[in-house]
Write a protein that binds this ligand. Sequence first.
Ligand code: AMP
Length: 171
Amino acid sequence: MNDLKKLIREVPDFPKPGILFYDITTLLKDPVGLHRAVDSLANHYVGRAVDRVVGIEARGFIFAPMVAYRLNSGFVPVRKPKKLPYECARVTYQLEYGQDSLEVHRDAISKGQDVLIIDDVLATGGTAAAVAQLVESLGGRVAGLGFLIELEFLKGREKLSRYELHSVLKY
Ligand code: AMP
């Protein structure tokens, strides 16, 4: 997996001083890298029940549909407020400074469905925890949380300990 790490560009001080940003665009443009990244993310779930794959705006939208395609499942976007046109469920969660919200269409997930949540990076885990709560508010069962990159030093995994969690690359 470490050769996949070589395809991820590390940009210091983006979007603000002190943050080391993991830029996946350099991996996405590499045909072999893209293939390996998506396979490593998706193959973990082959043979398990997954009715819906949820992608978190924005970079979760890149990987979740490819994972859904691989698993013969459906894709559901979780979006920033006021982007989705139909009836939505909303979750509001705390950020370091202030708060943020995410929405999903109420009819995108039904009671009892097995839902896999996908994003590019697991940092503090706040976003993924909020999306898991959103899925459960609609009666969905969180079948797993999958990330291409896990920033282990931020201990997001601890916040998400009640869920099955898979990450491809650990930093
Ligand atoms: P968190 O809620 O702290 O786990 O943050 C997760 C969200 O922020 C994900 O959607 C990531 O895409 C993004 N993110 C957080 N930290 C980074 C980072 N160092 N590099 C790239 N994306 C990040």
